[in-house]
Design a binder for this molecule. Structure first.
Ligand SMILES: [Zn+2]
Length: 282
């Protein structure tokens, strides 16, 4: 096939894809029905939060599996015509260290992460937040984006509280909010923040995150005796959870479950973040 002919076919295929995308939108793929609110509020620490998100995800995966409108991406994959990453995939760091993933694909080893071909939109609720909260969030985004090649972007502010967002289904912006333990019991005791993402499964069985939340302890973050570096480390740690890292039993990593003075991602954290960031597009 001549170069010219090849280009013509590529254009034709791109047009077809655009139409299929449009069909997806008309079929309401961007607005899945809302599942019933969960009756139980989270009462434990992060584990409970993750479980409640997984429950949401299971409901949604059924909806997605039954939904007929999501053929466009499957067709793209079949044709080897995948959507393009927004940012370049990171190199895999060779350093040692420990990392763990919050969730894996059905093979039990490949992590679940966000789609690198989509922007992860973030909305901040500034209520109860420290004055410099936007700096903290933007810095954590920069560190996490740098390690994963995921495109994280603040798209605005919101009045939504975490409880409202934990019932949101489908693709919604990630919520960053500041709360106390009366409002968000997962922050009970000395928990400085909780974060997690909701998973969906595509008809092909691939799992991916579509939305999530980062909830920080408002009392801690507005305590002027706490150094900025510690708050930044907590924010970075929570963003690690958001994109799919779990805790490790290694005090040399930021994903150690206690803050022991580390202020940036360790070698294992960076390796795990790169693996998450190198996942193929949806
Ligand atoms: Zn943690």
């Amino acid at each position: 096939m001549s170069e010219r002919e090849r280009r013509r076919r590529a254009r034709e295929l791109a047009r077809l894809m655009a139409e299929l995308d449009e069909a997806d939108r008309r079929n309401g793929l961007g607005a899945w029905p809302t599942p019933a609110p969960q009756k139980r509020r989270p009462t434990g620490r992060r584990t409970t939060w993750v479980i409640s998100m997984v429950v949401t995800a299971m409901v949604l995966s059924i909806v997605v599996a039954l939904h007929p409108g999501s053929q466009a991406s499957a067709i793209r994959r079949l044709l080897g015509f995948g959507p393009e990453r927004i940012l370049a995939a990171p190199e895999l760091p060779s350093g040692d260290g420990s990392h763990a993933f919050v969730m894996t694909q059905r093979d039990g080893t490949t992590p679940v992460g966000y789609d690198p071909c989509r922007t992860i939109e973030i909305e901040i609720n500034p209520d109860n937040a420290p004055d410099d909260h936007r700096d903290l969030v933007e810095t954590a985004m920069r560190h996490t984006s740098g390690a994963t090649g995921l495109d994280l972007r603040i798209t605005g502010t919101t009045d939504d509280r975490p409880a409202q967002r934990s019932r949101v289904s489908g693709r919604a912006p990630v919520l960053v909010a500041f709360a106390n333990e009366d409002e968000w019991p997962a922050l009970e005791g000395d928990v400085a923040g909780v974060a997690g993402s909701a998973m969906m499964e595509s008809p092909s069985g691939r799992r991916f995150f579509v939305t999530g939340s980062v909830v920080l302890d408002a009392d801690l973050f507005t305590d002027e005796d706490v150094p900025d570096a510690s708050l930044q480390a907590i924010m970075d740690h929570e963003f690690g959870h958001l994109v799919g890292l779990d805790h490790v039993e290694d005090p040399n990593e930021l994903m150690y479950d206690e803050n022991v003075g580390l202020t940036s991602y360790g070698p294992g954290d960076l390796r795990g973040l790169a693996e998450i960031g190198r996942l193929p597009c949806e």
